[in-house]
Design a protein around this ligand. Structure first.
Ligand SMILES: Cc1ncc(COP(=O)(O)O)c(C=O)c1O
Length: 490
């Protein structure tokens, strides 16, 4: 076989690098972008929380794929005029919908640095992975897990919960189930959670191949905490009919009203019944940073795994979900897979095994740990804990304001940082849904809705570190004003 002759330089053509011809131009553009970004965050209160997208703006994003180069200044103008003003709005202190963190400027700067570094955290031996391991160690200590726990960054808690189901499945069925799938005994596995659990738990059971029917959603008490006795009885009944209970998912901060299950009781149940105990701590788990809230999370330290988001109460810019697993061997059992092209060495760049790709489904992964590391180091856990505690104090302020206003009805006690209430009116669901949309479209605030005991509620989740008393006053005033306009007394 004859070796191919080396290509002559002339046949390759000129450089096609994507680096700029003039670095000073791109530097000047970069400085402008950075200044604008910081100015926008610093003056966020001057803008509406959210604004509806005009048709002509939406239409700008239905164009042909660009074939030729564009001018960076022009592209940035398009971003400034047509993308930034129409974002979700969760940087704004008036944003109280769903469970959205406000981000922070240090984390945003770190995200920019991560872009420049362009590190791939799937594996290999480099310090960005040590940063992720450092955060795992910090989380292990923060949540009271033993040495030997493993952790990994993921997009968000939906994926972290799914990964926990996979880990629990492999722990229950053994590693061979990864070859054979869920046939036989796998079809008998059943999991337990509460009716107040986030929908991603049921979706995780579906995606993991069990089907959502294999999840038993147990009733909750008036405070939305799972009925542990009912769960115990259901487990017994299921064993009697030949099913195989394997997993309990507790909630540390339910999405509707922020209820925290009795994690100690769930942990004891799991120990007795030899079940995997996973906690969905999407936003609530970071409550351990607040000395006032930490006792309410007792039992979290005994979980087999915990899913949480730094992008919620942790204020790290999206996305920064995390899964912590008590026993790293169980974690590896579920995900590690040999591949010749990912061969590990004891020296050189291919050292440093196990790699993060052994702890989750992703191979290529970005540097989510960096913005989290910057955020934790810049503010410290005491400040973050105080901020978290203050969002709960603000929720109590809003709760008191709602309770004192005869035109409003409180629909659930504020257990953490979420307040659910409604404007009293006939056709209440329809009127309150309309009020929420009115307030969002006016740019005053961005609450969301949920349904509690069959009633549509205006839901204010105070997650953003910028939210203050004035924002809650503005929300209540707007509810009363739009409520009056939409009813006969208006
Ligand atoms: C309790 C709970 N679990 C899970 C999730 C899903 O988290 P993510 O949106 O990061 O996937 C949320 C989101 O609000 C949540 O509140």
């Amino acid at each position: 076989m004859t070796a191919p002759s080396p290509e002559r330089g002339s046949q390759i053509g000129p450089s096609e690098t994507l680096d700029p011809q003039n670095w000073d131009d791109v530097r000047a553009q970069g400085h402008r972008m950075l200044d604008d970004m910081i100015d926008t965050i610093a003056s966020i209160r001057e803008r509406p929380v959210w604004r509806p997208i005009p048709d002509e703006v939406r239409a700008r994003f239905c164009t042909e794929l660009p074939r030729g180069p564009g001018d960076l200044g022009e592209i940035y103008r398009e971003y400034s005029d047509f993308i930034a003003p129409y974002a979700t709005g969760n940087v704004h202190p008036g944003f109280m919908g769903w469970v959205h963190g406000g981000g922070n400027v240090v984390g945003a700067l770190a995200e920019m640095l991560a872009g420049g570094l362009n590190a791939n955290l799937g594996g290999r031996d480099h310090v960005p992975i040590e940063v992720e391991r450092q955060i795992t160690e910090w989380m292990r200590a923060m949540l009271g897990f033993p040495p030997g726990a493993s952790g990994i960054f993921v997009t968000g808690t939906s994926i972290a919960n799914l990964m926990a189901v996979w880990v629990a499945r492999t722990a229950a069925l053994g590693q061979t189930s990864r070859q054979h799938g869920l046939s036989g005994e796998g079809a008998l596995l059943t999991a337990y959670t509460s009716t107040a659990a986030h929908g991603c738990i049921s979706k995780a059971m579906d995606l993991a191949g069990f089907g959502s029917d294999a999840l038993r959603s147990m009733p909750v008490d008036r405070s939305h905490r799972v009925d542990v006795a009912a769960m115990r009885a259901q487990i017994e009944r299921d064993r009697e009919i030949g099913l195989r209970p394997f997993l309990v998912v507790g909630s540390a901060g339910t999405v509707d009203i922020g209820a925290i299950d009795d994690l100690e009781a769930l942990s004891a149940l799991c120990r007795e019944e030899k079940l995997w105990f996973h906690v969905d701590g999407a936003y609530g788990a970071l409550g351990v940073l607040s000395p006032a809230l930490a006792p309410r999370l007792a039992g979290l330290q005994d979980a087999d795994s915990v899913a949480l988001d730094f992008h919620k109460w942790g204020q790290v810019p999206y996305d920064a979900g995390f899964l912590l697993v008590r026993d790293s061997q169980r974690h590896l059992d579920a995900f590690a897979a040999p591949a010749v092209y990912l061969r590990r060495e004891t020296r050189g760049l291919a050292a440093g095994s196990p790699w993060p790709c052994d702890l989750g489904p992703d191979l290529s992964r970005g540097f989510r740990a960096l913005k989290t590391w910057f955020t934790l180091k810049a503010y410290g856990t005491e400040k973050l804990g105080a901020m978290i505690e203050r969002t709960c104090a603000l929720a109590r302020y809003l709760e008191a304001k709602v309770s004192a206003e005869p035109r409003l009805e409180l629909l659930a006690p504020a257990q953490l940082n979420i307040v659910c209430f409604r404007y009293r009116a006939g056709e209440s669901d329809q009127i309150n849904g309309a009020i929420v949309a009115d307030i969002q479209e006016a740019g005053i605030a961005a609450p969301s809705t949920t349904t509690l005991d069959g009633k549509l509620a205006i839901r204010a989740a105070i997650v953003n570190h910028r939210t203050d008393v004035v924002d809650l006053d503005a929300l209540v005033n707007a509810v009363l004003e739009f409520g009056a306009r939409r009813t006969s007394d208006g």
